[in-house]
Design a protein. Structure first.
Length: 196
């Protein structure tokens, strides 16, 4: 866990490489959300529950975002502290699962269905993320069965007892090119810190 000031200092001081910053603070380590927990191992339990659902090793499941760092690194909410309105963003790091979803979505012919303006907007956002290597269940096509399955999984899951906030909320990703995407996020942050 790292404070916002220390994180900004690490971005500016160049003692760690870009890759090391990403690995040390974004993809590894204990998350902010569990910093005051009396029960050790909640992060592992959360990763393990998700991993079992997808038949993955818990190391292929990570937390990112403000629940992980204590503050947001998303451009539209840069440095915003984690609070009661924040959610927990989890990522599955599996090219196999990404490819499986990609194949299923390819076979699911969305063009046959009429879409409302809102559904069409979500579909376009979904495609934008998808072409960057992300699959976001909150943006899955409106009548795609895995969308309901994912949100049913969250609502029935014992994971809801692991955190006192919106668990996984609206953002879950399956990332294919993890290090590339994360390093691009980091490079954008580095430029913003140097501009401050």
């Amino acid at each position: 866990m790292i404070s916002l000031d220390r994180f900004k200092a690490k971005l500016a001081d160049k003692t760690l490489s870009d890759k090391e910053i990403v690995q040390k603070y974004i993809t590894d380590g204990e998350p902010f959300i569990f910093k005051d927990d009396k029960e050790p191992g909640k992060y592992f339990k959360l990763k393990n529950l998700i991993g079992r659902q997808f038949k993955l090793n818990p190391h292929e499941v990570i937390m990112i975002g403000s629940a992980k760092l204590g503050f947001s690194i998303a451009p539209h909410q840069l440095w915003k502290p984690f609070d009661e309105d924040s959610d927990i963003d989890m990522v599955i790091l599996s090219a196999t699962i990404f490819d499986r979803f990609w194949k299923e979505l390819y076979e699911f012919n969305i063009n046959l269905a009429a879409r409302t303006e809102e559904e069409d907007g979500n579909y376009r956002k979904f495609l934008d993320y998808f072409f960057k290597g992300w699959i976001r269940p909150d943006l899955l096509p409106f009548n795609y069965t895995k969308r309901k399955w994912w949100f049913d999984f969250l609502s029935r899951s014992p994971m809801a007892n692991l955190a006192n906030t919106k668990l996984l909320g609206q953002y879950f990703g399956i990332l294919n090119f993890t290090k590339l995407i994360t390093c691009r996020i980091y490079e954008g942050l580095e430029r913003r810190v140097s501009d401050e």
